[in-house]
Design a binder for this molecule. Sequence first.
Ligand SMILES: Nc1ncnc2[nH]cnc12
Ligand SMILES: [Zn+2]
Length: 332
Amino acid sequence: MIELIKKLPKAELHLHIEGSLEPELMFRLAKKNDVKIPYENIEDVRKAYNFTNLQTFLDIYYAGANVLLTKDDFYDLTWEYILKCVEDNVIHTEIFFDPQTHTERGVPFEAVITGIKEALADAKEKYGITSCIIMCFLRHLSQEDAFETLEQALAFKDDIIGVGLDSSELGNPPSKFKEVFKKAKEEGFKLVAHAGEEADFSYIYEALDLLNINRIDHGVQSIKSPELMQRLKDEQMPLTVCPNSNIELKVFETYKEHNIKELLDYGLNISVNSDDPAYFKGYVNQNFINLYENLPITEDDVITLVKNSFRSAFIDDELKEAYLAKVDLALQ
Ligand SMILES: Nc1ncnc2[nH]cnc12
Ligand SMILES: [Zn+2]
C-alpha cells in the first residue's frame, strides 16, 4: 500500500503556504531579517507544536509567519514546499496564502504574491508541476478588511484563481463575508471556504447558500446532518479533508475516530490534503500513510481519493483528463 501511495501522481488542493514553513527555514529567516522568535532551537519549536484546538495552533502559526518579510523569503518558502511536492509526487497544487498576515506587518502585497508566483513558475519549468494561487481572507478580521484585501488583489487578478476563508472559525461564520464573496464572484474568482472544521454543520450550509462556494475546505462536521450529506453527495461538492490537521487540532481525539472513511463510503467527493504540513507532522503522502495505518482504507479508496483531487482541481477538462490518465498509467 505504501508503494501505491508513493507512486500515484496527486493534486493537493488545501495547503497554506505559511503552514509549510519548516523550523529550519524559520530560524534562517529570523536570523537574516533580525526578527525575534520565541525559540532557542529547533527542538524547542517542535515542543511548542502541541495544540489543543485551532486557535492554539493559529497563535503559533501567525507568530512563525513574522519571519517572512521579502519577496525572496516568499520565494524560498514556496520553493521548499515544491521540493516536498516532488518527493510526494504531487504534480498539481493549489496554494492558499493569507495576505493580511503580511500586509498588517507592512509587507507589500506585491512582495508576497510575486515571491510565490516566481517559485511556482520555476516549479513548472523545472519539474512540470502545475499550480494555482488562492487568496484567503482572515475571518477573525472584518468584512471591510476583506474588501480592502480584495481591492489589492485586483491588480494581480491573473495570478490568483480564487478566494478562500480561513483562520478562527468559531464565532466567525461564513455569513459575515457574504458581500465580499459576492463581489469576488462578480470579479470572476473561484470561491472556497473553510467550513465545518471545528464549527457545526450550519457553517457548511452558510458557505454553500450564502457564499456560493465551489469547494468546502475540511467539511468533516457534515456527518452530523443526514440531509446535508445527501446534498453534498448529490452535488458531488468537493471536500478537501486534512486528516493530520484534524488529529493535531483535536477535531478527532485519535486517528481511529476520523470519519473520512465514512464520508468516502457514503459517496462524497473527498480528497486528502496536508493543510499546514510543517506544523502537522507531514506532507500529503504522510497523511495517506496515517490513514492506511489507522483506518480500514483500501487500495481502491486511495485511488478514488487521488482521482478526486484531480477532478476537484481548478484546471480545465483537458488537463484533468490528462492527469487522470497519468494516474491510470501509474496503476498499470
Ligand atoms: N486549518 C486551518 N483552519 C483555519 N485556518 C487556517 N489557517 C491555516 N490553517 C488553518
Ligand atoms: Zn486549512
